[in-house]
Design a protein around this ligand. Structure first.
Ligand SMILES: N[C@@H](CCC(=O)N[C@@H](CS)C(=O)NCC(=O)O)C(=O)O
Length: 219
């Protein structure tokens, strides 16, 4: 079996720590019990080698033998093919996991990312933020009864739950799940899983280890 190598930044500022998308893949790998190694690329200097693996100069990407893949959702599917702990072989469950994976990354994250960017920038009374917040609220209103009616999105825990939880975690960070208790409980349930706890702690330790590097020491 080829070695799985997950690449992320060597360092990021405090704010995104615990939320960088390599977390999704660490979490999946821990759930599946697949051995892997973590490699770093410089946060500041993103050279041609980096862009050859991730054309937007972002992270994460994953190497698995002759395969090198970027996009966390695509990598989750790749890992799902390796373990039934991540993706059922039952066609109905599998279809549910795929639709909810895409819903998390497309229907939800397409709203949560601009919403959080504007939220972090501070002006939450701007018309743009108000519109995005209403859009997010409408999406949450639809997901709420679904999460109230089932423990996991596709029968058993799957890659769809990793993606949806990670997307909703960012919303929870701004305390925006107050009116959506089923979403809040779902995030709490998923992030209590030992695989998430380890993945999260490992990411924090990974970035903290670079705080003393000369390139980042004064930041
Ligand atoms: N759609 C991509 C998004 C990747 C992404 O946004 N990565 C962030 C870290 S979580 C990043 O590299 N940000 C630095 C930048 O955009 O310059 C995925 O899911 O893999």
């Amino acid at each position: 079996m080829s070695e799985i190598v997950l690449t992320t930044f060597d360092w990021v500022p405090e704010t995104p720590r615990g939320y960088v998308r390599d977390l999704r893949l660490r979490w999946a790998l821990e759930e599946a019990g697949l051995p892997y190694r973590v490699m770093s690329v410089p946060f500041r200097e993103r050279g041609p080698e980096h862009v050859a693996h991730q054309p937007f100069g972002q992270v994460p990407w994953l190497d698995d033998g002759e395969i090198s893949m970027f996009e966390s959702g695509a990598i989750l599917v790749h890992l799902g093919e390796k373990s039934t702990a991540l993706l059922s072989r039952d066609p109905v469950r599998r279809a549910q996991a795929m639709e909810w994976l895409f819903a998390a990354l497309n229907s939800m994250e397409m709203v949560t990312v601009p919403w959080s960017f504007l939220g972090f920038s501070g002006d939450r009374s701007s018309p743009a933020f108000t519109k995005l917040d209403a859009w997010l609220g409408a999406r949450l209103d639809r997901v709420e009864p679904i999460l109230a009616s089932r423990e996991w999105l596709a029968g058993s825990f799957s890659i769809a739950d990793i993606a949806m939880t990670d997307v909703l975690r960012l919303v929870a960070r701004f305390e925006r799940l107050g009116a959506h208790p089923a979403c809040r409980d779902y995030v709490a349930r998923a992030t209590a899983r030992p695989a998430f706890v380890k993945a999260h702690a490992d990411q924090l330790a990974h970035f903290a280890a670079s705080d003393r590097l000369p390139a980042y020491a004064t930041t």
